[in-house]
Design a protein around this ligand. Sequence first.
Ligand SMILES: [Zn+2]
Length: 234
Amino acid sequence: MKRKSSDLTEFYIQFLIVVYLLWSFPVLSFGQKEVLVPADGTVSEGEEQPVVALTFDDGPSGTSTPVLLEGLRKRGVRATFFVVGENVEKGENAQILREMSADGHLIGNHTYHHVNLSKMSAEQAQAELDATDELVRKITGKYPIYARAPYGEVPENGDVDRQRFYIGWTVDPLDWMTEDVSRITQSVLEKVEPGDIILLHDSYLSSVQAALRIVDALQGKGYEFITVDQMISD
Ligand SMILES: [Zn+2]
């Protein structure tokens, strides 16, 4: 009787060990997947922070661009600005460009007169880009390497600007068609995915307000904002 009881105890112990192993193995492995930052501080592959690039065309604007720069500064966000040469030369906008550069934003070329580069000679297209290059260099000390062709129309002559990177976009809320801040914001938030390049225009106050709402929403989801040169080098 005593011996039987001891066998039964042994059986129960073995049974409990088997149950524990069956139960604990998947739990432990699921648990490890939930660890975002291991003890050594490195983030392992597949668990990287999602990134997105905000790009602003057609500025600078003396009224809306300073509001944007201030908002981005408060949020610790850097963006990419494709500026139009003739807008840089308006009013006090050179000072805005200087601040943009000092804040660490990337400045790109959007031609001097906001022209369709595919509808002109190679010489004219080059002159449009060169004029804005020179202006940006004079004010910030740096030549822009990146450009965005107005209307997305890159020069037809492939010999123009081999050293320049033309940057497109992947999310376009058509912000210039509406002053409805919520609509612009929603349009971006519905489509955006990690790695996207968002197109907005800092020449409109509604777009600027939407941009800051987009930043708040995406930062809340853990997104990091990077400039397009960082996006390309990734
Ligand atoms: Zn444009």
